[in-house]
Design a binder for this molecule. Sequence first.
Ligand SMILES: [Zn+2]
Ligand SMILES: [Zn+2]
Length: 316
Amino acid sequence: MAHKLADSLLRMIDSDYFPEGADVVRTKPEKFEFFRSVPFIILHLGCLGVIWTGWSWAAVATAVALYFIRMFAITGLYHRYFCHRAYKTSRAAQFLFGLLGLTAVQRGPLWWASVHRYHHAHSDEDSDAHSPVCKGFIWSHIGWLTSSRNFPTDYKMVRDLQKFPELVFLNRFDLIGPLLLLGFLAIWGALLQAVSPGLGTDPWQMIVWGFFISTTVLFHATCGVNSFAHTLGSKRFPTGDESRNSLVLALFTLGEGWHNNHHHYQASARQGFYWWEIDISYYIIRLLGALGIVWEIKGVPQKVLESAPGGKFAGR
Ligand SMILES: [Zn+2]
Ligand SMILES: [Zn+2]
């Protein structure tokens, strides 16, 4: 028991710490594991801190801003850049993208990309870690994250990213992200308290709203792409899996709700294929392109659009 707890704590610091070998861990049976669920329990319980800290407009605004900034980090950076290489950027920006992604508390960019690339290769098949079709809704939403077999990074899936030692470093020590965020929120809360006491905020209130509440909502919205986006919505393309398109999910996830489009054509930086399919992450990527921070942004080829059932769509 004590040895299991010590291993879990060491793995929180170093994500590649597997004394028994990562390949051995990956072959373990798929099951709910209490030790792996402790960080999620702490994250959710932390939201109850609001009972003691209360709220202020400054804290709520910070939580909302951090939700959208970090949702973009997941969708526009982790997903569309690291996983699908849908556009190019400089090595320095790539590092900063990875660092920003860590603050979303969804582990490192190589782990995230490795799991997601496997999902595309085996979508809604038995080996897909988070298929609601094969393993049920709750398992696809959160259960799979508690199974230690899904914890090691499968570096075979991300050889292109592994070439960059600085990205491997971020992936290994992903705890840096949450610690940076907590530090920022403590300073931000203290600063506002000192400069403008009338706002009624303080460091602990900022941490409860900006870290615990914002991250919990972000976590469930992101998990919704695994669970809801493979169960609710419409299917435009026959992709051979249960991926769906949903405007509601697209609004919450800055464009990831166009999941059936994305499963059909993964290489594009754009997941809302038509002008009426709102895809905020794509608009931000275009803005980064206009600023010269990213380039070679991949679009959707005309032949892919024309292959949509129901004929050709016009007015892109
Ligand atoms: Zn999917
Ligand atoms: Zn994808």
